[in-house]
Design a protein around this ligand. Structure first.
Ligand SMILES: [Zn+2]
Length: 98
């Protein structure tokens, strides 16, 4: 799954803008719902960004975001790995296996 809103907002307003902070809060809220749902079903989860962004200033003085450079801001991204857990199930009836 990809949550692309943060990239769009970072490009439009810059990675250190209040709009970027709000987009990150929305992504956190999405993950707060999604992660427990997936973990309850036994999925391992890897959360990461495909790139970062650095801030640029437009000719009119407003800020925007860009990526594609070799800077740490563009290249270093967080990685969270949550191992899979056994989903909650009913006890297995082994009598039919004998
Ligand atoms: Zn982008």
């Amino acid at each position: 799954m990809q949550y692309g809103k943060t990239d769009d907002v970072f490009h439009a307003h810059g990675p250190f803008s209040k709009e970027a902070a709000e987009a990150c809060a929305e992504a956190d809220a999405w993950l707060k719902t999604l992660v427990p749902w997936l973990r309850a079903r036994g999925y391992a989860i890897i959360i990461m960004a495909d790139h970062g962004q650095h801030e640029v200033t437009r000719n009119n003085g407003t800020t925007a975001g860009a990526h594609g450079s070799a800077s740490d801001l563009d290249c270093l991204v967080p990685l969270v790995w949550l191992p899979g857990v056994a989903p909650a199930t009913e006890p297995c009836n082994t009598s039919s296996l004998q």
